[in-house]
Design a protein around this ligand. Structure first.
Ligand SMILES: Cc1cc2nc3c(=O)[nH]c(=O)nc-3n(C[C@H](O)[C@H](O)[C@H](O)COP(=O)(O)OP(=O)(O)OC[C@H]3O[C@@H](n4cnc5c(N)ncnc54)[C@H](O)[C@@H]3O)c2cc1C
Length: 432
């Protein structure tokens, strides 16, 4: 019997183990901690599972990050861009249209003026947008929506935008101000950080990253502090008996079917779970029908990450680039080697291309690496295919949570049931 069992050793599970006062047992199906923020090594290139940068406005989290990583931290200024209409404009798009074709700039400015006038005429009494798509139209106007917001968000969420809510936006999307938009249309892009300038928008305008070891170094830095925690790696939870309060775990090498894997039963008083809610519910026995249904109907986006090593010392100075246009497979390129020079061998660069998919936008992984390389050639990001010296494709089933109208109702049903069974769920995939 262990008082508290923590499921999943990603950032949330590690943090739970770190902060718990009593003894705990931390169960992770992979052979290392870190979850989506773990890294892997291929031919001396270190790739994060999905490219991870670190930023927070929370003073405690920032202090903890420094305590854990000590001097193994690289601080960076964001240098983010958008690539559309065959040119690069600085992020955020809405405040940096300089250089785009004149008719596109006109669409953006006139659309925003229209939207602003509409809001002024409504004087706060206008119709409240019913969904994310209407919110974009009301906030940005037709031009910015048509040339960036809509196509980019369609790519990244792979979900009908008119079924999404907009409560998640908070400080993630820059609200345009007419002065800034006009200035951004007339004046060439600023260097990334001018204090108070357009480039400084948002919580990640500066960010941190482990100097050595990729984002895995962050996850590993918890381990020496987990003195009261038994960490079980390569151990997959296969069932949770809610009545007997017993978790069954399979662990070790080999396959379950071959019988080489060990089966272990672990009793608990409380569970802290960071597992995606649909996965967690599917592991539990005796789940009422309405809870099962709610979990099965939660909406999410999956993501392929194509990791590429490039035979070029500094392929770009940019930190990441957004690609709103349909004819390019990926929606974002993260330049991993610009987060830290130590994630690549000398004279090389590395990138991760992110491609969202879902039941609404089915994309197979066959030929995807080649498609990404073709697109990189098409936009002249690389000069020849043989520049790619390492390639790998990762398939992340649970990438982004979808905020849709029914989300809160479903989550409340599931959380209530789990709480009644002494299971607390945490963070991105547990809170959903
Ligand atoms: C493409 C992409 C890019 C991102 N970039 C950033 C970024 O730059 N910065 C940032 O802060 N965040 C970023 N995120 C978000 C970040 O990855 C998550 O917020 C974070 O990983 C969530 O941590 P977690 O511990 O809750 O979940 P996870 O990291 O998903 O960890 C859950 C763990 O549970 C384990 N598990 C699952 N099922 C079982 C089972 N049955 N038995 C045992 N173990 C199990 C998994 O193996 C995993 O290790 C990104 C996400 C994506 C998809």
């Amino acid at each position: 019997m262990n008082n508290t069992v923590i499921l999943g050793a990603g950032p949330a599970g590690l943090s739970a183990a770190y902060h718990l006062k009593g003894k705990s047992i931390l169960i992770e199906k992979e052979d290392r901690v870190g979850g989506l923020a773990r890294s892997m090594e291929i031919d001396d290139f270190i790739f994060d599972y999905a490219g991870h940068i670190f930023f927070t406005q929370d003073r405690y989290a920032s202090k903890l990050f420094k305590k854990l990583l000590k001097d193994n931290i690289n601080f960076k200024n964001r240098d983010a861009w958008v690539y559309s209409k065959n040119i690069y404009t600085r992020y955020p798009f809405q405040a940096n249209t300089y250089g785009l074709p004149k008719d596109v700039i006109m669409d953006c400015i006139i659309g925003l003026i229209d939207a602003t006038l509409r809001q002024a005429q409504d004087n706060g009494n206008g119709r409240v947008p019913r969904h994310f798509e209407e919110w974009m139209d009301a906030t940005f106007g037709d031009g910015i929506v048509r040339h960036f917001m809509k196509p980019y968000n369609q790519k990244v969420w792979a979900f009908p935008l008119n079924r999404m809510t907009y409560e998640w936006i908070s400080d993630r999307v820059m609200m345009p101000d007419i002065n800034e938009v006009i200035e951004g249309a007339l004046i060439p892009p600023h260097p990334p950080l001018i204090k108070g300038g357009r480039g400084e928008f948002g919580p990640n305008s500066t960010f941190a990253y482990p100097l050595k070891g990729g984002s895995q170094a962050f996850a590993d830095s918890f381990i020496p502090h987990l003195k009261r925690t038994e960490v079980l790696l390569d151990s997959e939870v296969v069932s949770i008996d809610l009545r007997e309060k017993v978790i069954t775990v399979k662990s070790g090498v080999g396959s379950w079917e071959s019988g080489v894997r060990n089966k272990r039963e672990i009793g608990y008083e409380k569970v802290i779970s960071s597992l995606p809610l649909p996965e967690l519910i599917s592991l539990c026995n005796k789940v009422p029908k309405n809870v099962k249904k709610a979990a099965e109907e939660l909406e999410f986006t999956s993501v392929y990450c194509v990791n590429l090593g490039i035979n070029h010392p500094e392929i770009t100075e940019k930190t990441w680039i957004y690609y709103p246009e349909k004819d390019i497979a990926f929606q974002r390129l993260f330049v991993q080697s610009n987060a830290s020079p130590y994630v690549v061998p000398k004279g090389k660069s590395s990138i991760t291309a992110e491609i969202s998919y879902s039941k609404f936008k089915k994309i197979g992984n066959e030929g995807l690496i080649e498609r990404v390389i073709d697109d990189l050639l098409k936009i002249k990001f690389i000069q020849k295919a043989s520049d790619i010296v390492v390639s790998d494709l990762l398939d992340i089933k649970y990438g982004y949570i979808i905020f849709e109208r029914e989300r809160q109702r479903k989550v409340d049903i599931i959380h209530k049931f789990l709480r009644e069974n002494n299971i607390i769920t945490v963070f991105r995939f547990g809170e959903w």
